[in-house]
Design a protein around this ligand. Structure first.
Ligand SMILES: Cc1cc2nc3c(=O)[nH]c(=O)nc-3n(C[C@H](O)[C@H](O)[C@H](O)COP(=O)(O)OP(=O)(O)OC[C@H]3O[C@@H](n4cnc5c(N)ncnc54)[C@H](O)[C@@H]3O)c2cc1C
Length: 598
């Protein structure tokens, strides 16, 4: 990407009101040699150290998780984003995503331990720590000498994270806080040395962040939780009984903990999407291999249309998720670079750079976790009875992915955040949703253009449809805001549908622009074009059903009829595709290669 593009002010959520070109988005094909080498080294580590011992994870061998995390530290994988002055590698945002991506090829247990340590366990110090805190903790965290954990959730405070009852009371001499409370579901609690703990001081509106070291008097741990999946990810309750924490371990500002928690989660969300990618690729590869080997009715099951349909769809969703994840990741990276060039410190730039893209981070968290759920579920189905066996790989993949829809903010909470953040940006004047929404209203009153456009250029019809899907979203969301105003918060069913519309638009657009970029680079990308086009069909269907639910819920009579006509117009595909044939083509390529190959 050119310098001028790098320095352009980037606005999260603006994809809804603009029509970006393929030159404006980053695609995974553009990773540098150095980035590819880091990614390959990670895969090498996973293949050599983890896969041969995978059963140890399933047998809840937490010590093995600790051992592997130590080895990851020795390889430098834990300090990818930590600046060099603090013992890390100081690499770019997308490089850190690539590492999460490849680590996910191991198991959900390692991926969770890795994410909890490098993300929410380390980031709060990186983003909000004082120089002294950074000097003390980051070098140890970056190398794996120490591990981190993040204590936000409590028995009575899950999604409503700011309602925690853990208290921090300043000592009479003002030298330390005494923390008392109970945290639950804490990843890495069994072996972490540093805990980012959120507690309330007096009757503050918001919680405050603290850095607490293991071994502090008054700190104790529950037993390992028995979980559905991620069996060797250590998850315990952590109890604090008047644990004395020096005042210099207060993180950021008093009353500022909720902001720390949310900003760390923004990064966690996009990295969670990255941490689905190699898991997807491996599940698909295992599925194809099994389908090629397994014979029923004297044929390999991969020759059956029903299995091809699954494989084609699985590969499409994996490829689309990858396209959208790295597109947003690079936008964040460019935004950080722009802020640094404007004089912001690295810390500030990282914070604001990601915050700007909080909408995209939430989109990717929801989409990534749900695409992987679909992929692993179909993986189990392709394996048939063996898919249900704990001796085969699919069973743990299916169980491990389930948590991704729950932690880092449940998918319901993230869906609400997507729409809430968009509306807040619009109200603050940062994103002009109003003018295009009004223009859509005008367009609906005008006579439609019945001319058939020239769609001879590759993906040109798909891009036109995308522009129309954005109009459909603006029509529905605009009307919902008009109807309910501030009470829209209470219309969660509409918010869920609106979020789905936004998610489908972003992911379909990322795939279409990536395919277009591939074509214009001169490579044979027909199958990628097919995947983008196929996914658009899925997006149209999902968007249409969500929009209809919303329209039926709040509009009737002439208004309902007009909105339904508008929806029909905005979701029309003049030249329908043949999804059966496209899925077969994609599956045939996988079957021929005997692996995921896009
Ligand atoms: C294996 C595992 C590891 C974890 N690791 C950590 C960790 O390291 N650190 C940490 O702090 N936490 C961690 N968590 C906690 C996790 O972040 C929470 O479980 C999650 O935020 C949901 O909170 P909850 O479980 O209390 O569910 P609840 O908040 O009780 O939600 C229950 C259901 O109600 C829905 N719901 C809640 N509020 C609303 C609303 N306003 N509108 C609509 N629907 C709503 C939710 O979407 C969900 O479907 C972990 C959890 C697990 C299971």
């Amino acid at each position: 990407m050119s310098d001028s593009a790098t320095l352009k002010k980037l606005v999260g959520g603006s994809f809804l009101i603009e029509q970006p070109t393929s030159n404006e988005i980053f695609t995974p094909e553009e990773f540098t040699e150095e980035q590819r080498m880091m990614a390959d080294a990670t895969t090498d580590f996973v293949d050599k150290e983890v896969w041969p011992n995978k059963q140890r994870f399933e047998k809840k061998d937490y010590e093995f998780t600790f051992e592997i995390m130590k080895k990851a530290g020795e390889l430098g994988l834990l300090g990818v984003t930590v600046p060099e002055e603090y013992g890390g590698l100081g690499m770019k945002f997308t490089t850190s995503m690539l590492i999460c991506d490849r680590i996910s090829g191991a198991t959900g247990s390692l991926s969770t331990a890795f994410g909890a340590h490098t993300g929410i366990g380390t980031l709060p110090i990186l983003l909000y720590g004082t120089p002294a805190q950074k000097e003390k903790y980051l070098p140890k965290l970056a190398t794996g000498e120490w591990f981190g954990a993040y204590c936000l959730t409590e028995p009575g405070a899950g999604s409503d994270a700011n309602s925690g009852r853990t208290k921090a009371v300043l000592s009479e001499d003002g030298s330390h806080y005494k923390i008392t409370g109970q945290k639950m579901w804490i990843s890495n609690a069994g072996f972490a040395h540093v805990f980012i703990v959120f507690a309330r001081i007096e009757d503050d509106k918001n919680i405050t962040g603290f850095i607490v070291e293991r071994g502090a008097e008054g700190m104790s741990f529950g037993e390992e939780e028995h979980k559905m999946g991620i069996h060797a990810s250590s998850t315990r309750q952590v109890f604090f009984n008047e644990v004395a924490v020096p005042v210099e371990n207060l993180l950021g500002e008093r009353n500022g903990g909720f902001k720390i928690a949310m900003n760390s989660l923004n990064v966690g969300r996009i990295k969670l999407a990255a941490a689905c990618l190699d898991a997807n690729r491996r599940v698909i590869t295992e599925s194809v291999k099994y389908a090629n080997e397994r014979h029923q009715f004297q044929r390999p099951i991969s020759s059956f249309g029903a299995i091809k349909a699954k494989l084609g769809e699985m590969a499409t969703r994996a490829w689309v998720t990858e396209s959208a994840t790295y597109r947003a990741g690079k936008d964040i990276e460019d935004n950080i670079a722009r802020l640094i060039s404007e004089g912001h410190s690295h810390q500030e730039a990282e914070l604001k750079g990601v915050e700007e893209y909080a909408i995209e981070c939430a989109i990717l968290k929801v989409h990534g976790s749900e695409a992987s759920t679909h992929i692993s579920d179909e993986g189990v189905q392709i394996f048939g009875g063996m898919g249900y066996s704990a001796d085969a790989t699919m069973e743990s993949a299916y169980r491990d992915i389930r948590i991704a829809r729950i932690y880092e903010g449940t998918n319901e909470i993230n869906r609400m955040l997507i729409v809430g953040m968009l509306l807040r940006k619009a109200m603050k004047g940062e994103l002009d949703l109003m003018s295009p929404a009004m223009a859509v209203g005008q367009e609906l009153l005008a006579i439609p253009d019945f001319n058939t456009p020239d769609y001879s250029e590759v993906l040109s019809e798909e891009k036109d449809i995308l522009a129309n899907l954005k109009k459909a979203f603006l029509m529905v969301a605009g009307k919902a805001v008009e109807k309910f105003g501030m009470d829209l918060d209470e219309q969660q069913e509409i918010l869920m549908a609106a979020a789905d519309m936004v998610i489908e638009i972003y992911t379909a657009e990322s795939a279409i622009l990536r395919a277009e970029k591939l074509v214009s680079s001169g490579v044979d990308a027909q199958l990628q074009v097919d995947m983008a086009s196929l996914y658009l069909n899925h997006a149209i269907e999902k968007l249409t059903s969500g929009a209809k639910e919303a329209i039926f819920s709040f509009a009737d009579g002439d208004e309902q009829r007009m909105m339904l006509m508008g929806l029909k117009r905005f979701t029309k595909r003049n030249n329908p595709i043949n999804p059966v044939a496209l899925r077969r083509k994609i599956a045939d390529k996988l079957i021929e290669e005997n692996q995921y190959c896009f």
